[in-house]
Write a protein that binds this ligand. Structure first.
Ligand SMILES: [Zn+2]
Length: 206
């Protein structure tokens, strides 16, 4: 969502209607596009320090989720364990380059870069510091929100688990709990992330 700074106008990302945001902005209010009913902004003020804490927690959790085993299992008497990074290496080794690189981007790179960017922008805005590259970081942050697809992994993992459970003895690993925690925290983080408020704060920093 792009805001026109001086006039408090916002362009609806869904139908491109120009909407005046001035009547809104009080806590508890929700600004809805009058044409397509897309939610443009919520009237709660973002606390950048709590966004920073949430983003850092997500960052730690997503790294653990990718390195700890998702599950361990015994198949034909042979014990084994699996985590996302090892699974990705196996995909690449077997020539599934497109799937392998997609998994690396959507499960690892995109969420990590997104959480780093939110940490950086939230930290800068919380202390009122126009840090180097802050505007670029805000632009990338808005674009990357759509690339973090942790929930897709939970669903596909559960489908695979149901299939696997017929053939092997399964123990759930720490990685799975880390993914679930990342999902809960990142949902909250992105729900509270109002690009318009980040830009508004950015405009007011000297
Ligand atoms: Zn609209």
């Amino acid at each position: 969502m792009k805001s026109v700074e001086s006039s408090k106008l916002t362009i609806c990302p869904s139908c491109d209607l120009l909407v005046d945001t001035r009547p809104h902005c009080r806590a508890g209010n929700v600004l809805v596009c009058p044409r397509c009913k897309h939610v443009l902004a919520r009237g709660s003020r973002v606390r950048f320090s709590s966004q920073l804490a949430l983003a850092l927690s997500c960052l730690v959790m997503v790294i653990l989720a990718n390195t700890y085993p998702l599950l361990s299992f015994t198949f034909l008497g042979i014990p084994s364990s699996a985590n996302i990074l090892r699974g990705t290496v196996l995909l690449l080794e077997h020539g599934y380059y497109l799937v392998g690189f997609s998994v690396v981007i959507a499960s690892f790179l995109a969420p990590i870069i997104l959480f780093c960017l939110i940490s950086y922008t939230s930290f800068s805005l919380s202390i009122g510091w126009k840090s180097p590259g802050l505007a670029t970081a805000l632009h990338f942050q808005d674009d990357l929100i759509h690339w973090s697809m942790i929930e897709v992994y939970i669903v596909s993992f559960l489908v695979a688990l149901v299939k696997l459970i017929e053939y092997a003895d399964i123990d759930l690993g720490y990685g799975l709990w880390c993914i679930c925690i990342t999902l809960v925290l990142s949902t909250r983080l992105i729900q509270r992330l109002e690009p318009a408020e980040y830009w508004e704060r950015y405009v007011h920093i000297r």
